[in-house]
Design a protein around this ligand. Structure first.
Ligand code: ZN
Ligand code: ZN
Ligand code: ZN
Length: 379
């Protein structure tokens, strides 16, 4: 990592801490506590291993931040003294009492959503006068709006996933006669070869399994004239820092699609286009969902679109903003999210088309650009 991006990343993190302090002030929060999960790397550049040993950033609204880490993890922390001071704890120390001391008399606490229950319960016992709320109320709306470096990382992740999608659609990954699990392993290998440092999922659902949106790829062998839904993504770090996620879905058929499926797919493709086109700055998240959903409902498949239209994406695969009925948050430039309508006919087949899209002042921009036409692969 050259000095310039590191300095820029440090400046971006300091700006995030300031934005968080302002939001804490507005919400009446005295201290923010961040453990495992994405709030911590977003603020500090440090991602805690998901261990039982406690890592916790204590960010009081009115004082400097301290990162409490296990002594053995301390060498991995990118220290930035302007951002936080480091307080490593030894194996026999009690990290919960360290955190409680740093919190002091502050009572209104926000704690990162992914924090394990065990340290939260211990903190509640150590700080009986404190009240806890989810940190996502503070960090969610801020993390949802990506800065330029984050958008570049998401675009790089999307392009890497697209290379895997292109191989899949181009018939480079054989399907017929192979198990879903084998195809999933191929996707995994290719996601890593394309530059992801971690694969988060590689769903392959064939035949009736395509009707299960989050199907776990298994021993089922893919046959001819079947539908195959592939949904895959990983974490991509262009500079060695915290990684940003990719997530894309393409649906294929092995041999001639039955005419009813081709019709269903045409509806789905139209819905995805409408959803992307609706994702303009100022439009509420639930209106984007409604626009795509109307296309599917009008064609008679309403109940078969059984999930929300999309989710935000960034350091986490699913984060704010959620494109779902009831979320009136208007899109702003820098919101990044999936547009992924699906139609699932239980026992028969299903289909989904998913791209990551960014809302910009010039309209929606897709970060996934592999072909969305129904692909027929012969092998
Ligand atoms: Zn999903
Ligand atoms: Zn997906
Ligand atoms: Zn998704």
């Amino acid at each position: 990592m050259s000095e310039r991006p590191a300095a820029a990343a440090g400046a971006a993190r300091r700006a995030r801490v300031e934005a968080v302090r302002t939001a804490m002030g507005d919400a009446g929060i005295d201290a923010l506590l961040c453990s495992v999960g994405a709030d911590l790397p977003w603020l500090t550049g440090y991602e805690a291993m998901p261990l039982e040993r406690l890592t916790m950033l204590v960010l009081p609204v009115d004082a400097d931040a301290t990162l409490v880490v296990p002594r053995l993890e301390a060498p991995r922390v990118p220290v930035d003294e302007e951002l936080f001071s480091l307080r490593p704890w030894d194996e026999t120390e009690d990290p919960v009492s360290l955190v409680a001391e740093l919190v002091g008399a502050r009572r209104r606490l926000a704690i990162s959503d992914r924090t394990w229950a065990a340290p939260l319960l211990a903190l509640q016992a150590a700080l009986p006068a404190a009240g806890f709320v989810k940190a996502s109320g503070i960090t969610g709306p801020l993390r949802a709006v990506k800065d330029e470096a984050e958008l570049a990382a998401l675009a790089a992740a999307g392009a890497a996933a697209d290379r895997v999608a292109a191989a899949l659609l181009g018939g480079e990954i054989p399907l017929v006669g192979r198990s879903e699990a084998e195809v999933s392993q191929d996707l995994t290998r290719r996601l890593l070869a394309a530059g992801h440092h971690r694969v988060d999922f590689a769903i392959v659902g064939s035949g009736p399994n395509a009707a299960s949106p989050h199907h776990e790829p298994g021993a089922r062998v893919i046959g001819r004239n079947e539908v195959v839904v592939c949904d895959f993504g990983g974490t991509f770090s262009p500079d060695g820092g915290p990684g940003y996620c990719s997530d894309t879905t393409r649906t294929l058929v092995t041999g001639e699609p039955d005419p009813a499926f081709a019709e269903l797919y045409a509806v789905l493709l139209a819905a995805q286009e409408v959803g992307v086109a609706a994702a303009r700055v100022g439009v509420a998240c639930d209106q984007v969902d409604a626009a795509a959903r109307a296309v599917i409902a009008d064609a008679g498949y309403g109940p078969a679109f059984l999930h929300r239209l999309g989710h935000g994406i960034g350091l986490e695969g699913h984060e704010d903003p959620y494109l779902v009925e009831g979320n009136g948050t208007p899109l702003v430039p820098g919101h990044a999210f999936s547009i992924e309508p699906g139609i699932y006919l239980s026992g028969r087949y299903g289909a989904r088309i998913e791209d990551i899209v960014v809302a910009t002042g010039d309209g929606p921009v897709r970060l996934n650009n592999s072909s969305r036409e129904l692909h027929v692969v012969e092998a």
